[in-house]
Design a protein around this ligand. Structure first.
Ligand code: B12
Length: 212
């Protein structure tokens, strides 16, 4: 069996991890460019997955399987990337705010952003504003992304932004928010720079904020 991009794409979309790994090994044996395995194999497949999820044609478990299979292939490809070949476009901090343990959506957002060529630092869930502050100081990200799934924890986003301001870290930093109860209007109200309703649009938002 010869390697083909179509095949690796359908394996990623179907979440067939073993097949993705096998095809990726084959691609490496056949001396394909590591970057093209990512750009012409995995990313187009995850773009389709993102669209299907948005349209309700795919559900969370399937999306997670697809993302995990892509990551399994990525593990093989990553060590082969010559430094500088895939340009790191920026660093994004992600986390679920204080009081909130939901992380499925945030994790999806993280995987999609990462596959778009960004470094994603995931701080986890139930994060006090101070955790964001410490991490901003340590990693100096271009963007901080906050997630909340509860109407009661949405306000912790506002609080986190206020604390970042008090610490003098808000200038030059872009802040984006997401999660089922939040909206563009809420983002404007709490002085966040952007809102995205799903993982596919989150990647677009990141591009927009970084290039703004
Ligand atoms: C799974 C789930 C849980 C799991 C979470 C597991 C986990 N590891 O995440 C568990 C069982 C732990 C749980 C617990 C609770 N839950 Co719950 N949970 C859900 C459920 C069913 C699905 C959420 C989900 O994962 N959706 C799928 C993902 C892919 O979608 P998403 O999270 O919206 O993320 C997408 C977008 O929002 C966006 N996005 C998300 N984050 C970000 C961040 C950024 C920066 C950007 C740009 C975009 C973005 O992109 C994502 C991908 O497309 C929802 C119901 C629902 N249908 O939403 C209830 C729901 C959120 N839970 C609810 C409640 C009440 C609770 C509990 C309080 C229940 C209880 N009494 O104990 C606890 C709270 C625990 C806590 N302190 O957080 C309510 C919230 C009601 C409200 N309006 O506040 C909901 C809506 C259910 C309901 N109808 O009552 N829950």
């Amino acid at each position: 069996m010869m390697f083909s991009f179509e095949e690796v794409q359908s394996a990623v979309m179907a979440g067939e991890m073993d097949k993705v790994v096998e095809l990726t090994r084959k691609a490496i044996e056949e001396k394909l460019q590591p970057v093209s395995i990512i750009n012409e194999g995995y990313i187009p497949a995850m773009n389709v997955v993102g669209k299907r999820f948005k349209n309700g044609e795919m559900f969370v478990p399937e999306v997670l399987m697809a993302a995990r299979s892509m990551n399994a292939g990525m593990e093989l490809v990553k060590p082969l990337l010559v430094e500088g070949e895939v340009q790191v476009k920026g660093t994004i901090l992600l986390g679920t705010v204080k009081g909130d343990l939901h992380d499925i959506g945030k994790n999806l957002v993280g995987m999609m952003i990462e596959s778009g060529g960004y470094v994603v630092i995931d701080l986890g869930t139930d994060l006090e504003p101070e955790k964001f502050v410490e991490a901003v100081k340590e990693y100096k990200p271009e963007i901080v992304g906050m997630s909340a799934l509860l109407t009661t924890t949405m306000l912790a986003m506002k609080e986190t932004i206020e604390v970042l301001k008090e610490e003098g870290l808000r200038d030059g930093l872009k802040i984006m928010i997401g999660g089922a109860p939040v909206s563009k209007e809420f983002a404007d109200e709490i002085d966040a720079d952007g809102y995205a309703p799903d993982a596919a649009s989150a990647t677009e938002l990141v591009e927009k904020l970084i290039n703004a």
